[in-house]
Design a protein around this ligand. Structure first.
Ligand code: NIG
Ligand code: FE
Length: 415
C-alpha cells in the first residue's frame, strides 16, 4: 500500500542510522521532525523529512494522501509480552483482592492461572479465536502494531496446542505482526500437584515435539517463581526448548527473586520479564548481555505490587522495555498508551525513555527491530496518527485517554 502523510506537526522517533535497541543514556534520545511528511510505498517507509521536501501530493491519488495538520505521527507500539488468548475474564478474583485476598492466596486455593485453564479447556478453538481476534482489534486501535502472545492457559497437551493454533491463526489473519510463545510451564496443573516431574516430562516429551511438528512457536517461556517453577526446572525446560529452536523469553522476579534472571542470562534469553523484585546482583548480571530487561507496569498497577526499578536498570547502562502483560488475572488491559503513562508516572521515566521502551526496545524483544520500532527507511509502514495534541509528552501525560485517531499498518489505514 502507498500512503503519503503530509503537514505532520511532529514526526516522532525518526532514525537515520537505525539501532537495534537503546541502552542506558541512549534512551534519552528521541529524534523528531517538525512540520514533516512521511511516504509509505508497498507497505514500507520510503522517505520522510521536512514538508518543504515532500513529494508532490498532486501526483498521488487523493485517497492515498492524509493531511495531518496539527497531529503527530508515532511508530506503532510493539507489545513484547501478552497473554491475549484466554477464555474468560476473572473479575471475581479482582473483587476478592479488593476484599483483602492476595494474588497468591487466590492461586493457592485453585484460582488464578488454574481458573483460566479450566475455562479454556471448555472453550472450542473457533470461539477462542474469535474472542482473541476481537481483543487484537481493540489493541490495534490503541496503536499496537506488533504483539507477542503466549500459551500457558492450556496446561495439557491438547489445550496448549489449541492455544498455539489459535495464535497461529491470528498470525495468518491479522495485519498486526505476531510472535508466538509456548508457556506450558505457567503453573503446575492440579492433577500433577504431587508429581510435578510428571508434568514437566509431559512438556518435554509430548508438548515440545508436537509444537515442533506443527511449527507453532517462536519462543519458550517459564514462570520462574515460588510455588510455580524453580530455577532448576526453568533451566531444564529452556534447555529442551532450545533443542527445537525456541528462544527463551521468561517470567522472572515478579514476587520473589529466586535466581530467574540468572537462568535467563545463562540461556541468552531474548528478554527477562516482570522484574518487580530486583536485587543488585540481578541488575548486575544483565550488563553486557543480549537479554532485554522488560517491565510490565500495568501488572504492578493492577495487583498493587512494586514497580520494576526502571531508573536503576537504565542507570546501570542497560536497556529497558515496557510491555503490557495483557491477561485476565494480573493485567486485564492491553493499552500500551497507559503502559507508557505508567512508565512516566510510576517508574519515573521521561517520555523519551518510555517511548523508546515501548517501541524500539520491545521490537528488539521480539526480534523485530529491523522491521519496526521507529520511523526509518525500509521499516514497515506501521504508524499511528494522533488527534490534535500539543507535544509528544502529552501522550503519557493524558493518561487513560485515547489520543490516537488513525492506525496504519503496512501502509494501510486499519482503524
Ligand atoms: O504475567 N505471572 C504469571 N503470569 C501472568 C499472570 C497470569 C494470570 O494470573 O492469569 C503474568 O502476570
Ligand atoms: Fe505475563
Amino acid at each position: 500500500m502507498n500512503l503519503l502523510i503530509t503537514n505532520i506537526k511532529e514526526l516522532v522517533q525518526v532514525e537515520i542510522n537505525p539501532v537495534s535497541r537503546r541502552n542506558g543514556t541512549e534512551m534519552n534520545q528521541l529524534n523528531t521532525v517538525q512540520n514533516a511528511y512521511l511516504e509509505i510505498r508497498d507497505g514500507a517507509i520510503a522517505s520522510f523529512g521536512k514538508m518543504k521536501d515532500a513529494p508532490n501530493a498532486t501526483s498521488w491519488s487523493g485517497s492515498d494522501v492524509i493531511d495531518a495538520t496539527g497531529k503527530m505521527v508515532f511508530p506503532s507500539w510493539c507489545d513484547s509480552h501478552s497473554h491475549l488468548v484466554f477464555a474468560a475474564s476473572r473479575e471475581g478474583e479482582f473483587v476478592d483482592r479488593i476484599k483483602g485476598l492476595t494474588y497468591e492466596d487466590i492461586a493457592l486455593r485453585g484460582g488464578g492461572i488454574l481458573n483460566s485453564a479450566r475455562k479454556l479447556e471448555q472453550m472450542d478453538e473457533e470461539s477462542l479465536y474469535e474472542s482473541a481476534q476481537s481483543r487484537l482489534k481493540e489493541v490495534m486501535a490503541l496503536g499496537t502494531g506488533a504483539i507477542e502472545i503466549k500459551s500457558g492457559y492450556g496446561l495439557s497437551v491438547s489445550a496448549e496446542l489449541k492455544m498455539l493454533r489459535v495464535i497461529k491463526k491470528l498470525k495468518d489473519n491479522s495485519p498486526v505482526t505476531i510472535k508466538a510463545t509456548f508457556l506450558g510451564a505457567h503453573a503446575i496443573p492440579e492433577e500433577f500437584k504431587n508429581n510435578r516431574k510428571e508434568y514437566i516430562d509431559l512438556i518435554i516429551n509430548e508438548m515440545l515435539p508436537a509444537i515442533q511438528k506443527e511449527n507453532l512457536a517462536d519462543y519458550i517461556d517459564v514462570f520462574c517463581e515460588k510455588n510455580y517453577y524453580t530455577p532448576d526446572e526453568t533451566n531444564l525446560i529452556l534447555s529442551e526448548g532450545k533443542k527445537i529452536g525456541l528462544i527463551p523469553k521468561i517470567h522472572v522476579n515478579q514476587f520473589n527473586a529466586i535466581g530467574g534472571v540468572q537462568v535467563g542470562v545463562e540461556h541468552n534469553a531474548l528478554s527477562v520479564d516482570h522484574l518487580e523484585v530486583m536485587r543488585p546482583e540481578d541488575i548486575a548480571i544483565l550488563k553486557g548481555t543480549d537479554t532485554m530487561p522488560t517491565a510490565l507496569p500495568s501488572c504492578s498497577f493492577f495487583l498493587g505490587i512494586p514497580y520494576a526499578p526502571a531508573k536503576e536498570i537504565i542507570e546501570a547502562g542497560l536497556p529497558l522495555a515496557l510491555a503490557s502483560d495483557y491477561n485476565p488475572g494480573s493485567t486485564p488491559s492491553g493499552n500500551m498508551n497507559f503502559v507508557v503513562s505508567l512508565g512516566c508516572i510510576k517508574m519515573g521515566l521521561s517520555p523519551e525513555q518510555a517511548i523508546n521502551a515501548a517501541t524500539i526496545n520491545t521490537a528488539y524483544a521480539m526480534e523485530l527491530s529491523e522491521e519496526m520500532g521507529s520511523i526509518a527507511i525500509g521499516k514497515k509502514g506501521n504508524v499511528f496518527i494522533t488527534k490534535n495534541i500539543p507535544s509528544y509528552s502529552f501522550l503519557p501525560y493524558s493518561f487513560g485517554q485515547n489520543v490516537i485517531e488513525t492506525t496504519i499498518l503496512n501502509g494501510k489505514v486499519v482503524t
